[in-house]
Design a protein around this ligand. Sequence first.
Ligand code: PEP
Ligand code: CO
Length: 449
Amino acid sequence: MTASYWSPESWRARPALHQPAWPDPAERDRAVKSLRDLPPLVFAGEARSLTEHLGRVAAGEAFLLQAGDCAESFDSSADSIRDRLRVILQMAIVLTYSGGMPVVKVGRIAGQFAKPRSSPTETVGDTELPSFLGHMVNDIGFTDAERAHDPNRLLTAYHRAASTLNLLRAFTRGGYADLARVSNWNREFVASSPAGQRYSAMADEIDRALRFMTACGITGAVAPQIQEVELYTSHEALVLDYEEALTRQDSLTGQWYDCSAHMLWVGERTRQLDGAHVEFLRGVLNPLGCKIGPTAGVDEVLGICEALNPDRTPGRLTLITRLGASRVGDLLPPLLAAVRDEGHAVAWVCDPMHGNTYTSATGRKTRHFDDVVTEITGFFAAHEQAGTWPGGVHVELTGDAVTECLGGSDQIGDDDLDQAYETMCDPRLNGRQSVDLAFQVAELLQSRR
Ligand code: PEP
Ligand code: CO
């Protein structure tokens, strides 16, 4: 593809799917103008350092953990945000320690407020209302007023993202993420769950190693990574009014960055090569992701690589495959071979959630832990065969004690789903299932080393 004119608004000339239908254009313009005047949430230099880290993932030298809520809520409490961070850090420490790899940590957090939906409307009884599109657009309650698309929510999304990010920066830099606290993160798991006991044993080993390091003079003063964690943010770049308004020119390089998050991805439903989302994202210098579902053919995937990473910069593009446990073995190998043979330096990541969603016997949208593990296992096997690097996992989780996904060491069954089914969108792994999963992935990682 030849490099063609791009500007933060050039996407407006392309078909933009899954955009809100703001009822009043003047109100939308006012909200967007206010957003434009607000400071960036993240900085270009941070996005560049994430690209470098992801370059190491593309090169097979690191592993990406991208995780967080399916749809973040404007009402998340500080405790809920902290608990989500805790589960991400627990998974990361398991992957680092048991898997033996540097782990790049990226949250689906501080901006994951917009959702594409399979149907624009939802019907309950005789009432048909617009679907819930995420707190950036409307509310989940089933009334006209709550489901109306309200552009002032763009501003609330910005402020919620800013306060979440502030909390995350404080926790990751202010002692909470200190390796000496690895065992504290585990308190509520230990007693009852096998994953918790396994985690506890690992935490004891880390404590012993830290005492040894301290005795040798390797403390936080000389090795700050013992006390601090680098956590980057990401979300699906869906509502382009929002993303455009937060796109700023870096004063150092003159290049454009979407300063709403460090990493942005384009979803399965909006990745058309001639569509608005690909047009928008190709012009911002942030590291990008693209979801790859079962309908994506080889030509389409190569087209995405060309469009989003024509310079073949390692770390610029992460392909997030979500093919389903039963289909990954057939669908992934041709994609890996084609991308490898064309010499595209992408990071490959497995989203084992979105290809494995189904409706349970009790009518709940759910996923089974075993399918999640099976898809990741198939992902590792396909990479082993192709001689490529299985670069990471992308999962939906929460630190809250929910019962939304089946299985795991607590053996959540159909009849348990109603106990704590709280998600606003897709079913998420709870803390125990997430730590369980990290141990399983760590074993797969060990087998590749
Ligand atoms: C998601 O990540 O929540 C999502 C909607 O995924 P996908 O675009 O892969 O369906
Ligand atoms: Co989801």
